[in-house]
Write a protein that binds this ligand. Structure first.
Ligand SMILES: [Zn+2]
Length: 220
């Protein structure tokens, strides 16, 4: 009788241990399966880099370029992120004069992506892309007044924190933040020393989105 009780207890112990380890293994598998991919990279624009591809060069030509400081590769990276947007693009950009960036934004609008752009008062001139984008129906708000500047340079792709309008974010990285020193101008991409970060970090995305929404709500 005593032997049977011990055997039963042993069986119970091993069965529980087996169930527990299976459960732990299964939850680890689910975490791996549903893990959001990560993007964290910084790019530097080197003022003295040798000139190679123009920004308007064919995508395949830019892909094959071996210059590690190819400036067209960086503008392609930003355009690829704009092209990947499915729901919402929020841009806060002090200076915006690059035409092929504006073209990518218009293409996104045609795909049904919501676009919001905050820019500086100084961009309400014909040299910038802002008037053209506004004329094409893009929602633009102006901050700064000529005395103080809206000096941010960031772009949020499908960062939907706080949005109730969209039930699901299908962006492969659940949104991306592009931020750095660079304006979207020829000088920014071609002549200056600049840095630009691409990240899918949830905390940073949410903080930038909160800041964007605040400025958006404060200007007309
Ligand atoms: Zn190149």
């Amino acid at each position: 009788m005593r032997f049977e009780v011990v055997a039963f207890l042993k069986f119970g112990f091993f069965a529980s241990a087996l169930l527990l380890s299976t459960d732990l293994l299964y939850s680890w598998y689910l975490r791996q399966k549903n893990r959001t991919p990560r993007l964290n990279e910084v790019n530097f624009v080197m003022s003295n880099a040798l000139p190679c591809c123009p920004h308007t060069a064919d995508v395949e030509v830019i892909k094959k370029c071996r210059n590690p400081h190819c400036k067209a590769k960086l503008s392609r990276k930003i355009i690829e992120q704009i092209d990947s947007a499915k729901h919402l693009i929020c841009i806060a950009m002090y200076m915006f004069t690059m035409r092929h960036m504006a073209d990518a934004i218009m293409n996104a609008k045609k795909r049904g992506v919501h676009i919001r752009i905050i820019t500086d008062f100084s961009m309400t001139n014909d040299h910038s892309q802002i008037n053209k984008l506004q004329g094409d129906g893009i929602a633009i708000r102006i901050a700064g007044n000529g005395d103080l500047y809206m000096h941010n340079k960031y772009c949020l792709i499908d960062v939907l924190t706080g949005e109730t309008k969209f039930k699901e974010n299908t962006h492969p990285l659940n949104g991306v933040l592009i931020n750095g020193s660079m304006n979207w101008t020829t000088n920014g991409f071609e002549r200056n020393w600049e840095n630009i970060i691409f990240t899918s970090d949830d905390h940073l995305k949410s903080e930038f989105k909160r800041s964007f929404d605040y400025i958006w709500s404060r200007c007309a």
